[in-house]
Design a protein around this ligand. Structure first.
Ligand code: SOE
Length: 392
């Protein structure tokens, strides 16, 4: 079988997760990786069992054998690498955020369309089977009209003043941190499953650690717990630890979300509750195989992930029987499976509708997060354009 050849650019926390998930798809192969210099790249390639290592991503892009690239670098590099990759004729899957400004994101959406290349953004959390089940329930009218959507995304890996990572530095991660890093997943997930559009937002941001102790050497995401006091310098912080947002959706729905990266005990907890005119649902990413279903006139239920119980399309994202739990790594596998099926079936040539989050979804999320940041600064409600116009 001829396999689709892939290059992974950036091998910190998330790059290896991409490689592992890609290896679970039979018709693709991770051929090469690139990192900041030849030494780091060679060490990562040896550790991860990848044949080719590049110290400059442009050399990877020059390889004729590579069909597609995954961009897993710090955020500020996304725009230039995605652009170079598209100009080199590669299909691209980029981690979120797609770029650091809406203007740049629009340029990438247009360039990918002009070059007729498949493009995706790493909103993998959409692919939890029971998240897809909620979408199917809402699409079939089971919840009725949506009244309210509430939720949160909370973590504790940045709880201490000594917790540090490139995401904290606005020049590397972007102006917003908690909202852009994890709130973006919540926003993407909710618009995807409900079909509702966020129309206006009113945000309150907080930075609890006004200064943080930055390690004197670079460390990877989630690795700060291993450092000692003499390994730090104190620096001012200009990105938010916390954000709470009131949301007005179209079709009369209302909602709210809180994101917090300093929430002790919350490891990686994305959570939502959706209240409809017929029933309610509640789901939490730390118990992803359980869905609470709430009724007014009969008993409430807990549905367990099981391919024989879910509605239509949700079944496509379940590979194990009930009781055999699927989790975070499986969401990436399901996203990449859809992306590479699209490429394998050459759907990009005629502009087939992707079943995965594409660059337009990355642009949409950036538009919303941009308005949330504006609202926090101005301390007032800000409208979000219903549909961003992109010219091709
Ligand atoms: C760090 O906060 C992070 O790795 C995010 O960047 C991911 O998108 C999320 O899936 C888990 O947490």
């Amino acid at each position: 079988m001829e396999k689709i050849q892939i290059g992974v650019i950036g091998t910190g926390f998330i790059g290896p997760a991409h490689i592992e998930a890609l290896r679970r798809i039979p018709f693709v192969e991770v051929k090469a990786l690139a990192d900041v210099d030849k030494k780091v790249a060679a060490a990562k390639a040896a550790e991860l069992g990848v044949d080719e290592a590049y110290g400059d991503y442009r050399d990877l892009l020059n390889s004729k054998e590579i069909d597609a690239v995954h961009i897993c670098t710090p955020n500020f590099l996304h725009f230039s690498i995605v652009k170079d990759a598209l100009l080199a004729g590669k299909h691209v899957l980029c981690e979120k955020p797609l770029a650091t400004s809406v203007k740049e994101a629009k340029e990438l959406v247009s360039l990918a369309a002009e070059k007729k290349l498949a493009n995706a953004v790493g909103f993998n959390l959409r692919f939890y089977p029971l998240v897809q089940q909620v979408k199917a329930m809402i699409d079939s009218g089971e919840l009725g009209e949506i009244f309210a959507v509430n939720g949160s995304y909370q973590q504790d890996w940045l709880f201490y003043q000594t917790d540090y990572n490139w995401r904290i530095n606005s020049s590397m991660g972007g102006e917003s941190r908690a909202m852009a890093d994890i709130g973006s997943h919540w926003v993407d997930m909710i618009e995807f499953i409900t079909g509702l559009k966020i129309e206006s937002v009113c945000a309150d941001f907080a930075t609890f650690h006004k200064t943080r102790k930055k390690p004197l050497k670079a460390i990877e995401t989630y690795s700060g717990k291993l450092l000692k006091p003499e390994d730090y310098e104190e620096i001012p912080i200009d990105t938010e630890d916390y954000a709470s947002i009131l949301i007005d959706f179209n079709k009369g729905a209302h909602g709210s979300v809180t994101v917090n990266q300093t929430a002790a005990g919350r490891k990686n907890r994305i959570y939502f509750e959706i209240y409809g005119s017929k029933k309610s649902v509640e789901w939490c990413g730390e118990r992803p195989n359980e869905l609470w279903i709430g009724n007014r006139d009969s008993t409430n239920n807990i549905m367990l992930k099981d391919p024989s119980l879910v509605l239509g399309n949700a079944r496509n994202y379940i590979n194990y029987p009930g009781g055999h739990n699927e989790g975070f790594p499986d969401t990436s596998k399901q996203l990449y499976k859809e992306f590479y099926n699209y490429i394998r079936n050459k759907e990009f040539i005629n502009g087939g509708i992707p079943k995965y989050p594409a660059f337009v979804d990355g642009l949409r999320e950036m538009t919303i997060v941009g308005k949330i940041v504006e609202s926090a600064k101005q301390r007032k409600w800000i409208e979000v354009e219903a549909n961003e116009k992109v010219t091709f």
